[in-house]
Design a protein around this ligand. Structure first.
Ligand code: NAX
Length: 329
């Protein structure tokens, strides 16, 4: 029998946590044959609600779930963690400046990075979901100098999945017929969903949309980039189940690999590819195999794409400079 994989989830009592934990416990994160132990990390005020969720997890009698522990101390929460999903974050409240938001999140992600550095398992893989996800990942990574930098990733899979469905609906194709779509840059309104490399049922996506660059610029890109706000407007609450689903997809793909001839999008530390300054945690097209990812190389970036990638990367560089100034990295 396999040793259970320790999965730490922060913000476990939140709405994404509620949609995420049951799918981890039922085997969707790592595989239907991989037992898991959950370590839930909350702030003290969130512990009681996390206990309630743990009672419900117990009541599911999931065969793969080998234990649940709840903590309000990051050092304990990340002890022995093989996978860490950093979901809990400080949301932007009315009137809050970007500097305040970054500082508040620095107060969460810096100590969590340090705790990961000191207590997680050697094979730790980290996914940051809590916003601003890319920069929070950078803060955590900087606080964990003993962990290989590439283990810190940020989630753009929700943007990727949103783009897949928008393109499928436009072309009348099915999502599984779409390959090689990319989200570039920051998980923010500046992100760039790129279909120039993509195919729809074997044909270039740009042909599948009838070469309609106006639709691309005026509908597709803004719809994907502003989908989070549209969900809030409609639902009265931010994306939760779809965000949890994307976190499951991100880790599952990282661990189990991308399909031949396809790739996915992950926010990862740049190695300088495609002119993205080294060290920024930016979204790229990546293939994965045996628990490792690689940036897809050699893609031809046209002018339309170049300008949009550069704009999003510029925003990431500004966020990095701001957290550097705050002494967070
Ligand atoms: P909720 O406010 O429902 O839950 C957040 C939970 O985190 C709360 O239970 C809170 O007590 C806990 N928490 C706060 N600080 C903590 C700390 N230091 N340690 C442990 N737990 C802590 O938010 P929810 O809707 O679940 O969203 C969580 C985060 O995901 C937000 O930052 C949100 O912006 C972000 N999102 C990221 C997305 C992405 O694609 N990357 C999409 C969805 C979502 O908007």
């Amino acid at each position: 029998t396999r040793t259970p994989v320790n999965v730490t989830v922060t913000g476990a009592a939140g709405q994404i946590g509620y949609a995420l934990l049951f799918r981890i416990a039922s085997g969707h994160l790592l595989g239907a044959d991989v037992p898991v132990k959950l370590r839930l990390l909350e702030i003290p005020q969130g512990v009681k609600a996390a206990e309630g969720t743990a009672m419900e997890l117990d009541d599911c009698a999931f065969p793969l779930l080998k234990g649940i522990d709840i903590f309000d101390d990051p050092n304990q929460g990340f002890e022995g963690a093989n996978v860490a999903l950093l979901v809990g974050a400080r949301p932007r409240t009315k009137g809050m400046e970007r500097g305040d938001l970054l500082a508040a999140n620095g107060g969460i992600f810096k100590p969590q990075g340090k705790a990961i550095n000191d207590h997680a398992a050697d094979d730790i893989k980290v996914l940051v979901v809590g916003n601003p996800a890319n920069t929070n990942a950078l803060i955590a990574q900087a606080a964990a100098p003993d962990v290989p930098a590439e283990r810190f990733t940020a989630m753009t899979r929700l943007d990727h999945n949103r783009a897949l469905t928008q393109l499928a609906q436009k072309t009348g194709a099915s999502v599984e017929d779409i390959k090689r779509l990319t989200i570039w840059g920051n998980h923010s309104a500046t992100q760039y969903p790129d279909i120039f490399q993509a195919s729809v049922a074997g044909k270039p996506a740009i042909e599948a949309i009838g070469g309609d660059e106006k639709w691309l610029a005026d509908e597709f890109i803004p719809t994907v980039a502003k989908r989070g706000a549209a969900i809030i407007e409609a639902r009265g609450a931010s994306s939760a189940a779809s965000a949890a689903n994307a976190a499951i997809d991100h880790v599952h793909t990282w661990v189990n690999g991308t399909a031949e001839g396809d790739w996915t999008s992950m926010g990862i530390p740049s190695d300088g590819s495609y002119g993205v300054p080294e060290g920024l945690i930016s979204s790229f097209p990546v293939t994965t195999k045996d628990g490792k990812y690689e940036i897809v190389q050699g893609l031809d970036i046209n002018e339309f794409s170049r300008a949009r990638i550069d704009a999003s990367v510029k925003e990431l560089a500004e966020e990095r400079d701001a957290v550097r100034e705050l002494g967070l990295i």
